[in-house]
Design a protein around this ligand. Structure first.
Ligand SMILES: [Zn+2]
Ligand SMILES: [Zn+2]
Length: 344
């Protein structure tokens, strides 16, 4: 049956909105055309499978947006097992878990204004909307189940309840709003629309974040900034994905909120050099993550920053280890030597 749809051209044909997620476009145009099964018809695979750039031609035939724009918006997802590439909104990303394709989140105030899903909501560490200063939600407060991509419209749950405006009870911290703004500008700055791109680059230059984490990662590439945030939250003992989780597991909104705030707290302590209060828990993984920014896939600015952060954390970690009962410095210095070799 699914094959019957392949040649279809649906009557309502609209362009992608600026900032609209590829998956969101599929949901919106599917709903407008009474073709709610667009997503399933596309992938035809099991639970958790998601549309990618490989589906761009078909989506273009269905709903009218150009193939290059759809490729850009849908991105490339590697399979959950292979260590392939993840590409999203014009950005190469080191980890598939940086993108959350299976557990949709929304800002209900955004949906109230314009009924389309934004790109930034698909990033696993994005938890808030800077424009409306509210938290994103990933659950329906009528049926209490997780939102799904196969809901009837962008603003209606699978139980047919409209997603309510005043749903969030959690009040996000400033870092969460600034993080979402940063992601939005990063993605716009790789937009295929040159005006949007130029505007984003100039806004990125003239915006001055106030939280310690965002001051730190603001000038970095999206991938490096995500790696550093992941590293700091891991160092603080609050990673945004459970260490054992497979890349296809569902990233939790609560865990992302905790991770961003933990990363920001550690960044604040590093900034103020409050080494007495700082505790770097899970260090090896954090060092590995930061060290992965030292390869030539990253810009000189990214590498320079990663190097100085690594030095700062190692110094702090040594201090802790020296003062602890069981110093394990021999192991640590071996690890650092390895990375120094790999990095150069
Ligand atoms: Zn919003
Ligand atoms: Zn519901």
């Amino acid at each position: 049956m699914i094959n019957d749809y392949r040649e279809a051209r649906f009557p309502i044909r609209l362009p992608l909105e600026p900032d609209e997620s590829g998956q969101g476009y599929l949901l919106r145009l599917g709903a407008l055309n009474g073709f709610e099964k667009a997503r399933q018809a596309l992938t035809g695979k099991g639970w958790g499978s998601m549309p990618t750039e490989l589906d761009a031609e078909l989506v273009s035939r269905w709903f009218g947006e150009s193939v290059p724009k759809l490729r850009w918006a849908l991105g490339a997802a590697n399979s959950s097992t292979a260590k392939g590439r993840t590409f999203y909104g014009g950005h190469q990303l080191s980890r598939p878990t940086f993108i959350n394709r299976t557990q949709p989140r929304v800002c209900t105030a955004c949906l109230e204004e314009d009924e389309y899903c934004k790109f930034s909501w698909d990033l696993s560490l994005v938890t808030a909307c800077h424009q409306h200063q509210i938290a994103l939600i990933d659950r329906c407060n009528a049926c209490h189940t997780a939102l799904r991509w196969r809901r009837p419209t962008p603003s209606v749950c699978t139980c047919w309840s409209p997603l309510p405006l005043n749903a969030p009870t959690y009040q996000p911290q400033i870092v969460e709003f600034e993080f979402e703004r940063w992601v939005q500008l990063q993605i716009r700055s790789k937009s295929l629309d040159h005006n949007l791109c130029a505007e984003a680059l100039s806004m990125h230059k003239t915006t001055h974040p106030s939280s310690a984490l965002m001051k730190m990662i603001w000038p970095m590439s999206l991938d490096a900034g995500l790696l550093i945030t992941y590293a700091l939250s891991t160092a603080a003992g609050s990673p945004f994905v459970a260490p054992s989780a497979s890349p296809s597991s569902r990233p939790s909104l609560e865990r992302a909120q905790a991770a961003l705030n933990a990363a920001n707290q550690l960044a604040t302590q590093l900034h103020e050099q409050h080494s007495a209060q700082m505790y770097i828990g899970s260090s090896k993984k954090a060092f590995e993550l930061i060290a992965s920014c030292l390869t030539h896939d990253f810009s000189a600015a990214d590498r320079g920053f990663a190097q100085s952060l690594l030095a700062m954390l190692i110094k702090q970690y040594k201090t802790q280890r020296w003062s602890s009962a069981k110093p394990q410095l021999s192991q640590l210095s071996l690890f650092i030597a390895d990375d120094a070799i790999n990095a150069t």
